[in-house]
Design a protein around this ligand. Sequence first.
Ligand code: MV4
Length: 515
Amino acid sequence: MFKKILIANRGEIAVRIIRSCRELGISVVTIYSEADAKGLHVRMADEAVCVGPAPSSQSYLNIHAVIAAAKSTGAEAVHPGYGFLAENADFAQAVLSAGLTFIGPSPDAMQVMGSKTSARRAAVEAGVPIVPGTVEPLSSFAETKATANEFGYPVMLKAAAGGGGKGMRLVQSDEELLSAFETAQAEAASAFGDSSIYLEKAVERPRHIEIQVFADSHGNVVHLGERECSIQRRHQKVIEECPSPINDSILRQQMGEAAVKIAKTVNYLGAGTVEFLVADATREFYFLEMNTRLQVEHPVTELVTGFDLVREQLRVAAGDKLSFTQEAIRWRGQAIECRIYAEDPANNFFPSPGTITELREPSGPGIRLDSGVYEGSKVSIHYDPMIAKLAVWGRTRAEAIERLRRALDEYEVSGITTTLPFFREVVRDEEFQRGQLDTGFIGRFNSRRASVPLAHPTKEERHMAIISAALDYQDRQQKAPQNSTSTSNRWRLSGRHAALRANSTHETSSSWRKS
Ligand code: MV4
């Protein structure tokens, strides 16, 4: 096993990787930007190297500085985490060329999966169904129009270099095609420096289900079942679950085998995720893309299978065999994860950077919190605003939901606004509880909640309500001592309550209702 590795990341995922390194007795070097000198990942590491100023283009994405940090500290391997350089084949190659181990797949496998069209060709080669459409980029508008008519509307135009929905356009007819073609190309060019786009037939009301795969360098490739990721906002996952509320063991086995075939086709090594769209009506599944990294939502798979995926990444990168076989993998209970963001759900999820002045994190039975912050942490505008992931486990989905509700109510963050109030409402939503999680969920949820009058108050809110009602009562006593006998008046939430709330930076369910 390695004696020392470098983690080329920050925040909760750097902390997550440090934890597995500690258990294996591996020393940890982290990198940090000037904005992150007091970051939790820096505090927890054995050594830390500043790689540049706050903007990630000058620090966390600076390949030269990251490799220099690994060399100067004597690290043997580099773990990229997710985001930043994690799926950059040039970075993986630079790590290898420096004589270090990249904790992930080969640059070749990353390259194949980095282009969505070559990934689709790999799936075809593996004998796995893809969403009907092209496997080469479209060369002209004329070709696009002919292809759209061949497959039939509605179609999706997608960036070949993209993934995750950037540069994606849904097109219903010939009339919409030209402007969609032009904007998709322009978005692809500005987001990825590559204007290539390709076409897929649109799958209506799909579910997004992905399979965790793992491969070692001894020819073993296994899958660890699925994660349900259909609850997304602007193509960002919001809630993830394992198992999927719709996945039975037959579908899991079929999708698992398909994912393993794709991994084998590209000689995959380490942890990877194969994404599928599942048609709501027919339950047919189609390969969407493969992510060549450890994913944000890996904890739900860990909770249900009992394996430590980061430990396994370190083992296979060091040349060890996977510590389990396919037959040894069992799925027990239900796990659900919420991504907690420093964003204001009352203000269209606008970023809410600042200093965390108070932090009370949930714990207790079935709770796992992967947090990247502490009380006093600064949440910077320079990076992704996800501050933590709250994952829960229960024997059944109903039990997991009860725990999630309890944990969300325990969780208190002051100084910044977070998406916690949003989750407190989702977890109480009947459709969520029934597991009706197709891609239209967020839209339906938002229209439902627009008409619900009162949120579920937190303990803090209940205290505020009592204090404000008491002050209100005192006010009225002073103004008209003999005439305040109505109990309904005494405990009614008053204007003063709203004024107190407006002055408080403490996030509440009701303040989210304001807009
Ligand atoms: C699709 C699709 C329908 N048909 N592709 C891909 C990336 C993901 N973030 C959104 N993606 C979609 N690709 C075809 N051919 C519908 C979506 C989609 C979606 C998928 C999963 C979860 C939420 C979604 C929300 C909008 C669109």
